[in-house]
Design a protein around this ligand. Sequence first.
Ligand SMILES: *[C@@H]1O[C@H](CO)[C@@H](O)[C@H](O)[C@H]1NC(C)=O
Ligand SMILES: *[C@@H]1O[C@H](CO)[C@@H](O)[C@H](O)[C@H]1NC(C)=O
Ligand SMILES: *[C@@H]1O[C@H](CO)[C@@H](O)[C@H](O)[C@H]1NC(C)=O
Length: 464
Amino acid sequence: MKMALPLRKLVATVCLLLLLLLLALGGATADARPATLSVHRKVAPRRKLSSDAPASVRGGYSATGDRHGEDAKMSPPFTHRRVAGKGKPPPKNVVAKSVELLEFIDVNGYGAAGDGRSDDTPAFQAAWAEACSSAQPAVLLVPSGKKHLVTETVFSGPCKSQVTLRLDATVDNLTVAGQGTLDGNGNVWWKNSCRVNKKLPCTLAPSALTFSACKHLRVENIRLLNSPQIHLWVDDCQDVTLSRIKITASGDSPETDGIHVSQSEDVRIMNASIKTGDDCISIETGTKNLYAFNTECGPGHGISIGSLGDHNSEAQVSYITIDTAHISGAMFGARIKSWQGGRGYATDIKFMNMVMDNVKNPIVIDQNYCTMVDPSKPKPCEQQQSAVQFSSILFKNIKGTTTSKDAIKLHCSEAFPCLDVVLQDINLEMKARGDKNVATSTCENVTIDKLSNVSPVPCTTVLS
Ligand SMILES: *[C@@H]1O[C@H](CO)[C@@H](O)[C@H](O)[C@H]1NC(C)=O
Ligand SMILES: *[C@@H]1O[C@H](CO)[C@@H](O)[C@H](O)[C@H]1NC(C)=O
Ligand SMILES: *[C@@H]1O[C@H](CO)[C@@H](O)[C@H](O)[C@H]1NC(C)=O
């Protein structure tokens, strides 16, 4: 299978056009192996990971030694998403059993000049060849700090093992398009997830495709399959359009968000079609002005803002519009969630024109969100004094069926009640009809500003 991009005029200093083809691969081995991340010998890392590195670092792959000192903080937040929520890093010897070896292949180690003028295509091809023939899962890495000029090229497979692409270069006007499929071969990772095997510690796994520090990014038509965790991560980017992205992973795959957006502004997600085990679209802190139109979602956990404010962090999310979505067979539909104890805000949020088809909890605001730090020892969330402030939230024209009674749950913080919530033209019914199967709505600490034509009416059931 081939994936080719239209050849574009490349502006020497800031424009990078990269095409990729990542192929369905067999054969990534699942067995537990030592957790040491291997950095390919051609990479010349500044800092090599050793088995003495903290477990949280080794579990992810942000600290690959390819980061250049001060750039490290710009790394896509492997450390602030999955591990951050898990408390202390697990003991080293336990992590060691659950993480695959990853090989990092840095294009700069293969002769890429990175000056924005020289043609780096041969270097990208050589790096690809190495990644594709790697016996262990490989990450083809385009690190930050340089500007690469790449002309039209095709990365072809099949590859020996799983290959993921990670672009950290500061690039302007990048377009990634084509008909290719990027297969993350995630089942290898899923069964070692703490969500699946409760005896294992929670660790990080790679994202199939990560863009960070991009301006004017266009991603079109690509298909992503079975990522170890997040499928497509947009971090620290401005002016991003993702069109017709198709994502498929099994409904019980753990933490496999479809499109994950953080620290980014002016993002459009058009005509996405996502079947996965976690959020179809997750919108994290630092996101401003995001518009998702015509999303097909399910199975999965719906379209979520958050979880915000974990570990008392500050969240800032504003101007989010989810317009036209079909959510089917999903756990949630339209959801906003935050941990207790955070700070900051999520404001000007609209969920509109949505059809819910057999969704367990179609409309949710949850300010008491917490996942278990340790799934084997579930504990209730502690009540805390601060919270991310939620305000100006509209749910409009949302119709369809639920599989549980909990059609609408608006559970806000006692310390920071939700403000200015508007519900209009909502009709959610329980799929299984009957006297005992009437959908309900529950509320806590929420100021409903306007309510018109809503069924079930908030808040008919007062929480005890
Ligand atoms: C990138 O695209 C933007 C918007 O289309 C344009 O204004 C800018 O000049 C482009 N930059 C380059 C380097 O092509
Ligand atoms: C999205 O789909 C609609 C309806 O099929 C189509 O008219 C529109 O051009 C598509 N937009 C993009 C960006 O793919
Ligand atoms: C928040 O909800 C709780 C539980 O229903 C209630 O006891 C408390 O009075 C509410 N706080 C505010 C500020 O409304």
